[in-house]
Design a protein around this ligand. Structure first.
Ligand code: NAP
Ligand code: ZN
Length: 351
């Protein structure tokens, strides 16, 4: 074991503060990574504040972070795919059983024994896993990804969660030329959804509560912007969307968005608000619409997404912050005031 500097929350009400954690020495299959950048996902905030208690209770101290980009500093004796100096990424998972039908199909995120990057039982230490708000991490090589060299490493960090979480459902629904796609919520996930759906050739509409984001939405690749608090704009688009991707982090009225779908249209939820939704039956029955959920993505598809972003030169629009400003960043996330992903510069931990 060796010590690593990190930032942790001591309880659901405590701010994040400096903390020292222990990382394992690399086993034969492990890669040790010096973390350069880590994106700030709204899931970090939900978990730090224990908002998902019923589904995923928080264990403290909690070190969040699952949008990791860094450099390999050491590899175990059996590691084939990576060597010191490689530029790599780690996303939302760090282990799985590797043998179940989901793992064999490349859907490690669905494995019953998946190990999340933080706040999950850690078989190596007997404690819990600690995430990327830290100077280093040790990960099984099966869960280490390659970051295309043409991408800015800080801007690439959010691809590891916001990127794959939006890419996977867009692909699953065969989004492309001729598809009218709505992206609800222009935050970290939403802005990646806009860039990716645009690159796939879809007709992209942003559905936002923030009229001030209109110009940015267009610059990011949206063909049109709908301010969802304006009933007239919502009425104009009723029954017209093929697919809607809902990335909203707080409670909201789903039926307003379901009514925008055409007959047999589909809405996928990736946002994970704390409280349950209320869905009127007729919002689904009337147009024979369907609603589904999606969680991150598997390793193969995550690498495919990274390579797609390399080919199309896609990274997140980021605000780079020192680790010490993380609590302020969380307050701004709660106000939908992020343009469009905070990324922590891990050099600030060493200062
Ligand atoms: P974020 O950057 O904070 O963006 C959320 C956006 O939602 C805001 O910018 C805002 O956009 C919109 N919004 C906020 N409050 C709203 C309200 N009351 N009504 C309508 N819209 C509202 O968050 P994020 O990091 O993108 O994460 C979004 C959600 O996805 C979180 O719940 C997160 O936990 C979840 N998530 C899920 C997965 C998964 O695998 N399924 C992975 C990562 C994250 P506008 O200003 O444009 O309205
Ligand atoms: Zn995330």
């Amino acid at each position: 074991m060796y010590k690593a500097r990190a930032f942790a929350a001591a309880s659901a009400t405590a701010p994040l503060s400096p903390h020292t954690i222990e990382r394992r020495e690399p086993t034969a299959h492990d890669v040790r990574i010096e973390i350069l950048y880590c994106g700030v996902c709204h899931s970090d905030l939900h978990l730090v504040r224990d908002e998902w208690h019923a589904a995923m209770p928080a264990t403290y101290p909690l070190v969040p972070g699952h949008e990791i980009v860094g450099r390999v500093t050491a590899v175990g004796s059996a590691v084939k795919g990576f060597k010191p100096g490689d530029r790599v990424g780690v996303g939302c998972q760090v282990d799985s059983d590797g043998s179940c039908p989901d793992c064999r199909a490349g859907h490690e995120q669905l494995c019953a024994n998946v190990v999340l990057t933080y706040n999950a039982p850690d078989k190596h230490t007997g404690g819990v896993t600690y995430g990327g708000y830290s100077e280093s991490v040790v990960v099984d090589e099966r869960f280490v990804l390659r970051i295309p060299e043409n991408l800015d490493p800080a801007g690439a960090a959010p691809l590891l969660c916001a990127g794959i979480t939006t890419y996977a459902p867009l692909r699953r629904r065969h989004v492309g030329p001729g598809t009218k796609v709505g992206i609800v919520g222009l935050g970290g996930l939403g802005h990646m959804g806009v860039k990716l759906a645009h690159a796939m050739g879809a007709n992209v509409h942003v559905l936002t509560t923030s009229p001030s984001k209109r110009d940015d939405a267009r610059r990011l690749g949206a063909d049109a912007v709908i301010v969802t608090r304006d009933p007239e704009q919502m009425r104009q688009h009723a029954g017209s969307f093929d697919f809607i991707l809902d990335t909203v982090s707080a409670a909201h009225d789903l039926s307003a968005y379901l009514n925008l779908l055409r007959h047999e249209g589909h809405l996928t939820l990736v946002g994970a608000p704390e409280k349950p939704f209320e869905i009127p039956a007729f919002a689904l029955l009337a147009g024979q619409r369907t609603i589904s959920g999606s969680v991150t993505g598997g390793m193969r598809e995550t690498q495919e997404m990274l390579d797609f972003c390399g080919q199309h030169n896609i990274t997140a629009d980021i605000e780079l912050i020192p680790m010490q400003r993380i609590n302020e960043a969380y307050e701004r996330l709660l106000k939908a005031d992020v343009k469009y992903r905070f990324v922590i510069d891990m050099a600030s931990l060493k200062g």
